[in-house]
Design a protein around this ligand. Structure first.
Ligand code: ASP
Length: 311
């Protein structure tokens, strides 16, 4: 089995069989990560450049670790401190890096479509590690793996995505993935942070009432308020946001069933998610981080063109 795509630009381009293949492969790599020796030679002689034009903690470390676990050679590039500040174009930077014989590019960029642009111009396999407000496909894949581990499957499960849907690439990638895999989705948050026609466009439910979303769902994926992407006032204050839309322990205590709480990180504690929920038994936030490495190993391996699994 192999992926139908040469790059991972977004979940939008994947068919359910591709998603399933990545998740199955990730599960095999997760077993490798439980072993005393966590390294396999699958990507030996493959060179990967991690091209980060925007800040990142988890995603960057997770990709680097995944590459090292697969024995790839890696180069790390961050825009700050590079010739980008001297005015070099994206394509020039990348072509210069590629002339040093790089096989794969992991890219994060604040502009929507930056990895798609690169994919049209360079021969390397491109993995989107987050482009503007568009997609963050490996996040949705690791979210899916984390849900399946706890609930057995995605099909028929009720997932609430809560918060700043408008500016979140995590939301869009999750909406594509969950609907392709047969889960039910409710988007919840302030009306100003939920795009107006999203309900009809994606066949999802929308509510502006967090309590209602929490009562309905099996899993609540709580999103960070993306203050850096908002150029107008979309809610009155962080304190008021927390009062009306924050996920709080008192709300969970009143539910008749146990639900799972997810967050892609970084958490704004006390804004979209209270600490006593983030650190509670409901939370699978650290499982998400752990699964990120296995999912990224799977994506790198499947896109590398290496068929002989050493996992
Ligand atoms: N880390 C995720 C991203 O890069 C989520 C977030 O920043 O809120 O999109």
């Amino acid at each position: 089995m192999q992926l139908r795509t040469k790059h991972l630009l977004g979940i939008r381009d994947l068919i359910p069989e591709d998603i399933q293949l990545i998740l199955d492969t990730a599960r095999q790599f997760k077993e490798v990560l439980q072993r005393p020796i966590k390294k396999v030679p699958s990507l030996r002689d493959i060179t990967v450049v991690n091209l980060f034009y925007e800040n990142s903690t988890r995603t960057r470390i997770s990709f680097e670790l995944a590459e090292k676990r697969l024995s790839a050679d890696t180069i790390n590039f961050s825009a700050s401190g590079s010739s980008v500040s001297k005015g070099e174009t994206l394509l020039d930077t990348v072509n210069n890096i590629l002339s040093m014989k790089v096989d794969m590019v992991v890219m994060r960029h604040s502009a929507t479509g930056a990895p798609h642009f690169l994919a049209q111009h360079i021969p390397a396999a491109i993995i989107n590690a987050g482009d503007g407000i568009n997609e963050h496909p490996t996040q949705a894949l690791l979210d899916a793996l984390s849900i399946i581990e706890k609930l057995g499957q995605l099909k028929g499960k009720k997932i609430a995505i809560i918060g700043d849907i408008m500016h979140s690439r995590v939301a869009l990638s999750n909406i594509y993935l969950l609907s392709k895999m047969g889960a039910e989705i409710t988007l919840a948050g302030p009306p100003t942070l939920i795009p107006r026609h999203i309900q009809e466009a994606f066949g999802v439910n929308v509510t502006y009432n967090i309590k209602e979303a929490l009562e309905w769902c099996d899993v609540a994926n709580v999103l960070r308020i993306q203050l850096e992407r908002q150029n107008q006032v979309l809610f009155s204050s962080l304190r008021e946001y927390n009062q009306t839309y924050g996920v709080k322990k008192s709300l969970l205590d009143n539910l008749t069933k146990q639900i799972l709480i997810m967050h892609p990180g970084p958490i704004n504690r006390g804004v979209e998610l209270d600490s006593d929920v983030a650190d509670s038994g409901h939370s699978i936030i650290l499982d998400q981080v752990e699964n990120g490495v296995a999912v990224r190993m799977a994506v790198l391996y499947l896109l590398s063109g290496r068929r002989e699994a050493n996992a």
